[in-house]
Write a protein that binds this ligand. Structure first.
Ligand SMILES: Nc1ncnc2c1ncn2[C@@H]1O[C@H](COP(=O)(O)OP(=O)(O)OP(=O)(O)O)[C@@H](O)[C@H]1O
Ligand SMILES: [Mg+2]
Length: 283
């Protein structure tokens, strides 16, 4: 968007400004009539741009979805086979790719439609200028030469105008991508750094859980856990799948915060420790 659209549009913009000034300088009255068309042409450009932006956002979401789906099923292909889920996964994939196909098609339709419409409106404008201006030449309001140079200036505007309309499509595509990127960049983390964070250097530490309870949303995963692990001690957590082993371990590096209770590393509450990596990592 920045490399092509912005640089290109500045150039086209100035070309159009220059040509419009020339036409107003030559035959002001005819120029006023002729440029009534431009705002009219602006409406579809604007509408198409909006539609493209909306569709593009959908496409990007669908592509992200299919990518994570592929990652999951391809890395887990043995599990898919072991459970005989090939047909099921194929169906899911087909559904997701059909969605992308539909979105791409509607974007293509808008793109393909926008150019003939612009040409049609441009043609109407030129036809009007020739009809009206020609009459004036016959009447002798101005010379044939003046009229021809006016017509040439209007004709030269055609290419930059068409390119500007295409550029708008490109800008809208870029804006849709930017929307998604900023959605993520502006998301606030639930994990908040303490006001005066204490660095916890790498090494062996004593870890204590004090009456820790934890839940992701509604259902409790851990309840009143009390655990002491001495520095260098190895502890094995054993239990059924979904029992909360990974969740318990995830609380130590603060991937999540405990709902109740405290977790201490060498007596320091993990919520007091630095979240961002220490710059001086001590091996
Ligand atoms: N990110 C998450 N968001 C919501 N719920 C989660 C999340 N991760 C795990 N859970 C739920 O929390 C519970 C505990 O899951 P956890 O992964 O801690 O179990 P586990 O003991 O590590 O299981 P496994 O032996 O399969 O690794 C499960 O009911 C699980 O569905
Ligand atoms: Mg686990």
């Amino acid at each position: 968007m920045f490399t092509s659209a912005i640089t290109g549009s500045i150039q086209h913009f100035f070309t159009i400004i220059g040509l419009v000034s020339v036409t107003f300088f030559m035959i002001p009255k005819l120029a006023v009539y002729a440029f009534v068309v431009i705002p009219v042409a602006g409406i579809p450009i604007f509408q198409f741009g909006r539609k493209i932006r909306r569709v593009r956002r959908g496409t990007q979401e669908a592509v992200a979805d299919i990518n994570s789906f592929l990652h999951e099923t391809l890395t887990g292909n043995k599990i898919v086979k072991a459970f005989g889920m090939e047909a099921h996964e194929k169906k899911r994939f087909a559904k997701k790719s059909r969605k992308i196909f539909k979105l791409e098609m509607s974007e293509t339709k808008v793109k393909v439609l926008s150019s003939p419409l612009m040409e049609f409106l441009g043609g109407l404008g030129i036809a009007f200028i020739i009809w009206y201006g020609g009459h004036q030449v016959i009447r002798g309001t101005y010379t044939f030469g003046t009229f021809m140079s006016f017509l040439l200036a209007v004709g030269l505007m055609y290419e930059p105008l068409k390119k500007l309309s295409k550029l708008n499509n490109a800008v809208q595509r870029g804006m849709a991508a930017a929307d998604r990127i900023f959605d993520i960049l502006e998301r606030k983390s639930d994990i908040i750094e303490a006001r005066a964070p204490v660095p916890i250097p790498a090494g062996t530490h004593r870890i204590s859980f004090e009456d820790v309870s934890f839940q992701y949303d509604q259902t409790p995963v851990l309840q009143n856990i009390n655990l002491e692990v001495a520095a260098g001690e190895i502890v094995a957590l054993v239990g059924m799948s979904g029992g909360g082993k990974t969740s318990l371990v995830n609380l130590i590096p603060r991937f999540y915060d405990a709902t109740r209770g405290r977790i201490l590393i060498d007596g320091i509450d993990v919520r007091q420790g630095t979240v961002e990596g220490c710059s001086h990592i001590d091996p």
